[in-house]
Design a protein around this ligand. Structure first.
Ligand SMILES: NCc1[nH]cc(CCC(=O)O)c1CC(=O)O
Length: 346
């Protein structure tokens, strides 16, 4: 290791970013490390961490616990094996473990889900009974609300492997790591636009699904840089660099979305969607900038037979306001029977 952490009094200039091994994780971690090093003179190296999410075989919806993707990275942070971890925010459990903080939420990518269909097809013109692959009950339920005739096929695997279920042996998918037997047996798959764009695979998108049709997962399209509080608040060059890549609008949005999800005691496998949108207000206070936060949420019966959508809006001046907005909307959903509708434990 080449860090200067052992020299007392010398600020460190070299840091380790823990990452999962998938193409998406490595791409996100690399881009984020470059973002921070571009805003500072610090150096970063990637440390690969194996996670349970990569080796468990079975439908994602049945893994039980949330956070299988994040857990090993968090252990690695707590054990001091890396200094920072870059997570997809939507894969991060809403309960914040003791000893770790989300130091930074960078600017958010496209939040929408993307239909990737054969022959340029869209949700409206997919043939009757078309086979659409997704492992997400949230996507499945909302697709069925829009198109009750669709056959939803439970799929898993990394992004290129899922695309191969529609596009087969497209060379660009082989290039990004699709292996094994390639068969195109589906008419379409639904994936997050953000992940496809980060991997340079957006040409497979045939429709970016409007949030009025398919509301994304809480945190979708956003990343979280997690570390120990001492790293985030050390007042040194790293904490300064981290704060320069913070996007306050994204932070407010995901804070409200995750407060809602946490209050519902639901995880990323629940048929719950939520999307916050922040727009800057005109007045400025010394504490923080005021803006208007709009939060929309959906709870669905997994078979798409019922859906409940609610929306709220408030001027926010603090993260506590954003959290309160999420909790208030969650309470409204619960008061109207969302837990029974969506099969939540609460
Ligand atoms: N659960 C897997 C996962 N976690 C984050 C992304 C995409 C990037 C993002 O939403 O930030 C994906 C793939 C997908 O849902 O298509």
């Amino acid at each position: 290791m080449t860090t200067s952490s052992t020299d007392p009094g010398m600020p460190r200039t070299q840091f380790r970013v823990g990452t999962r091994g998938s193409a998406l994780a490595v791409t996100q971690s690399t881009a984020t490390a470059e973002l921070i090093s571009g805003a500072s003179s610090l150096g970063f190296e990637l440390v690969q961490v194996k996670t349970e999410g990569d080796i468990v075989i079975g439908p994602l919806a049945q893994l039980g616990g949330t956070g299988v993707f994040a857990a090993a990275l968090r252990v690695s942070l707590l054990e001091g094996k890396c200094d920072l971890a870059v997570h997809s925010l939507k894969d991060l459990p809403t309960a914040q473990p003791e000893g770790l903080v989300i130091a930074t939420v960078p600017a958010r990518a496209d939040v929408r889900d993307a239909l990737c269909a054969r022959d340029g097809l869209t949700l409206d013109n997919l043939p009757t009974n078309a086979k659409v692959g997704t492992g997400s009950p949230r996507r499945a339920a909302q697709l069925l609300v829009a198109r009750p005739d669709l056959q939803i096929v439970d799929i898993r695997g990394n992004v290129p492997t899922r695309l191969a279920r529609v596009f087969g042996e497209d060379q660009s998918l082989v290039d990004v790591g699709v292996g094994g037997e390639l068969r195109s047996d589906l008419d379409a798959v639904v994936l997050a636009t953000a992940g496809l764009e980060r991997l340079g695979l957006e040409r497979f998108i045939t429709e970016r699904l409007d949030p009025s049709i398919v509301l994304p997962a809480p945190g979708q399209g956003a990343l979280a840089i997690e570390c120990c509080p001492e790293t985030a608040m050390s007042g040194d060059t790293l904490s300064g660099a981290l704060s320069t890549v913070e996007d306050q609008a994204a932070r407010w949005e995901v804070t409200a979305e995750r407060a809602l999800l946490g209050y519902l005691e639901a995880g990323c496998a629940a048929p719950i969607g939520a999307l916050g949108r922040f727009s800057l207000g005109s007045e400025e206070s010394s504490v923080s900038v005021a803006g208007v936060l709009t939060l929309e949420a959906v709870a669905c019966a997994p078979d798409g037979s019922k859906m409940m959508r609610r929306r709220t809006q408030k001027t926010v001046t603090s993260l506590a306001d954003a959290r309160a907005l999420g909790v208030a909307l969650a309470e409204e959903l619960l008061a109207n029977g969302a837990a029974e509708l969506a099969g939540l434990k609460k």
